[in-house]
Design a protein around this ligand. Structure first.
Ligand SMILES: *[C@@H]1O[C@H](CO)[C@@H](O)[C@H](O)[C@H]1NC(C)=O
Length: 157
């Protein structure tokens, strides 16, 4: 299982480096996501795993994401990070909606003037780790947080 997971990660990283240099919605390769994703269990605070930083950050370093429920059933995303130029803490608030066919394929918006970005949960045990895929780095640039395309890993602390 562990080996399978690792090879999936490396496959995803390779695919992302090859195909996701240009920010474009709709260019996501069809990769398997977490089955029967349970958004309720996913809520709460997650921290990024530094070891998985592999594409240069642009100005902001993300530290944590806090997911909570909005009144309309969507998910509130509160990303907290540090501005790498000023060293000051900074935040970005977004809204995530759960995928209709596959709940693990979430889309996230940080402003109503931008298209939604992909936030796909590839695997998670809800308690300790989550592997997340995104291939639209457009959303990252606007979110001011996690400026990477590809897979990243988050942890509960
Ligand atoms: C996460 O956000 C919710 C809603 O804004 C807040 O009530 C909660 O205290 C936050 N949790 C943490 C761990 O910061």
């Amino acid at each position: 299982m562990k080996n399978y997971l690792l090879s999936t990660i490396f496959l995803v990283i390779c695919v992302s480096l090859a195909t996701c240099q240009v920010p474009r919605w709709g260019s996501c390769p069809d990769i398997p996501v977490k089955q029967n994703f349970d958004a309720d269990r996913y809520l709460g605070k997650w921290y990024e795993n530094e070891k998985f930083f592999f594409i240069a950050e642009i100005g902001l370093k993300c530290i944590s994401a806090n997911y909570s429920l909005n009144n309309d059933g969507s998910i509130k995303v509160l990303n907290a990070g540090i501005n790498t130029r000023t060293g000051r803490p900074s935040e970005a608030v977004g809204r995530a909606t759960i995928g209709e066919k596959e709940p693990a394929k979430l889309s996230v918006k940080f402003s109503r003037f931008q298209p939604a970005g992909a936030y796909w949960v590839l695997d998670t045990d809800y308690d300790t780790y989550s592997l997340v895929w995104s291939c639209s780095d457009f959303y990252f640039a606007r979110a001011g947080c996690i400026q990477r395309a590809g897979t990243y890993r988050m942890e509960r602390v």
